[in-house]
Ligand binder design. Sequence first.
Ligand code: 3HC
Ligand code: NAI
Length: 706
Amino acid sequence: MSAEKSAAVVSQNQGNIAIVLMQNPPVNALSKAVRVGLISEIKAALLDPSIEAIVISSQQALFSGGADISEFSGNDFEPPLPEVLDLIENASKPIVAVLNGPAFGGGLEVALACHYRVTFSANKVGLPEVNLGILPGAGGTQRLPRLAGVETALSMIVSGKPVAASSVKGVFDVLVEDPQELLDKAMAFVQKLIVNGEKIRRTKDLNIDPASAPAELFAQYRQGIAKQARGFFSPERCIQAVEAAVELPLEEGLQRESELFMECMRSPQARAQQHFFFAERAAGHVADFDKATPVREIKKVGIIGAGTMGGGIAMNFANAGIPVVLLELKQEALDKGLAVIRGNYENSAKKGKLSPQDVEERMALLVGATDYQELADVDLVIEAVFEKMEVKKQVFSKLDEVCKAGAILASNTSTLDLNEIAACTSRPQDVIGLHFFSPANVMKLLEVVKGEKTSADVIKTCMQMAKKIRKVAVLVGVCFGFVGNRMIEPYGRESNRLLLEGASPEHVDKIIYDFGMPMGPFTMGDMAGLDIGYFVRQSRHEFISQDPSYCVVANRLVEDGRVGLKVGKGVYLYEPGNRKPIPDPKVLEVAKQEAQKLDIEQREHSEQEILERCIFPLINEGARILEEGIAAKSSDIDVIYVYGYGFPVYRGGPMQYADEIGLDKIYDAMCKYRDELGDYGKMWFEPAPLLKKLAEQGKRFVDYKN
Ligand code: 3HC
Ligand code: NAI
């Protein structure tokens, strides 16, 4: 065996077969060096008379994670990936892709351009480009339907979801069961091709029978995905590219794919979704710890409070196979909490998501307790009791007494001062905030709140633990509401003020829904319960006393018993068992009366004003949070908003949205409303100093380093 090495691609010749291996850690992205390496190694093998066939595989755990996404924002695309694939497809010697690990995006497209494909059944393959706001741009939309059929191709390309290799019929020539046997079986297959003199089989020579993909199939597909694709730009372009595969020969189809790819790539959505891809990963890059920082082992968890949050949090750990002691003061509350959890699991089982055995296994991991001594050996305890400082302090004093040295003591508080809670223990370095979002077993976001004295290893342990329970963790600092809820405050306040100024709830909600949020602020308020915000306001007199108009309509509704969906009336009315909001003219009447009392003139608002007044103050608060160091980077705020509040990922999060439209525009609009809205404007629309500074410098939030 001879070996020639280049940096990112190596060739190892085994007799008459050249094995071309990609090696570009961590994910074998098809960076420039890989593309150059592939071209040179393949050309060399084609010229070598001793070589009769070529294998393309990888020296990493992955076959390839696809194109190098970090290159998309640059301008050096040479040699383009399609050029590499042209060389492969038109090669005069058989080229076989041996997928030793997952192949995504461009990685799978390399394999589709090869003449034969070999892998193991359970291997994962996919075309996830749609998640980056683009479409497969190296022939995936043309070659996959030719090999796997239009329906499979549509589903893989438009959903972007990875699938098992064995489920994609027509793509793989050999599927081995045992990955350990892959190489041997693949080499035997290649030798057989050579010995049998099999002719080169090019995907481009296949044509799709138009009868297999009638127009109705595409129409139905479009209808089927309409809800989840709402607002997204690239899914429709993915479908159009697959339509082209049916209608056009490969060369023309590739041309069409390339046009659609560029259309997507130039869109703000592609920038936003690619920003978000890196933002999500960057959330785990935290300056507070490094590789040398030790991690504490979390083998057993305690949870205090089996209410709405405690129950959901407990489920996360049970789902990850980690035993939990769930503590309530009274047996009755404990039984109720455990029954709710069982009910949730049984519902999942009814939907086929869990087997009855899974339900029992998970329930067996949840042990109820009413005695704090049961927490003596837990490694992590998460408190989720009533949101009252004196109750939290009692709980933490008790935990300090009973928990073993080195146990992490966490609070799920959403508003209280974590430093004050930590101070009532003898070990503030072990105290941290773990702010889950409701429903805690569903929502992916976890704000990890670092107190003044929280130690680095506690932070690192919690950030890693989050991954185990399938949460996306973002590290934040202590302030009222942390990042997410602090920024939602101006959004809620402003939507309420618009109501007072004469805008209807359904008009405001529609504009916000059309912007891409899952629902508008009034529908959201009704769902969460208007009483929640009301109680928070009770504890914040100082903050709101300067503004006599602050949420007065919402206050009136709560005081009239209209606390939202749970009682069938809030800002909207609801029919029993139906969550569809029905506008209620009485609410407009309440708004009118309150406006008169406060001498606020009611008027019509443009869509632009409604959108800007709801979203821009939220961004402005984000700027303050960033400047105060409560969030370490703007992309962390984006992750919080997409995963915690359903901010449309195709806008990349509020800070990316602001960067995209330009901070000068946000700054100018804030100044405009500050000056036009009288005392109210002066109170709430003062631009954050950081917004002003970056806007004047022509910079973006993403450029800001604290
Ligand atoms: N390009 C550049 N960097 C990439 C990358 C890619 N395609 N895929 C992953 N990375 C980076 C990540 O940013 C991360 O960097 P960091 O350590 O500095 O944060 C590192 O590689 C490891 O990534 P993960 O933490 O995500 O590693 P996992 O092992 O959890 O997951 C993976 C591996 C499943 C491959 C996942 O990284 C992934 O989904 N990657 C993106 C796949 C994708 O979207 N491919 C399509 C690319 S676009 C394309 O191919 C266009 C073509 O059609 C022309
Ligand atoms: P909840 O009222 O549903 O549950 C609280 C539970 O704690 C009750 O079952 C109660 O019996 C129990 N409890 C009270 N005092 C206790 C004590 N001393 N020892 C043991 N158990 C005790 O409240 P919820 O909504 O679950 O909130 C809990 C915490 O989570 C609060 O701090 C809240 O701010 C926070 N939070 C709530 C969110 C939500 O949407 N509900 C979202 C994020 C955080």
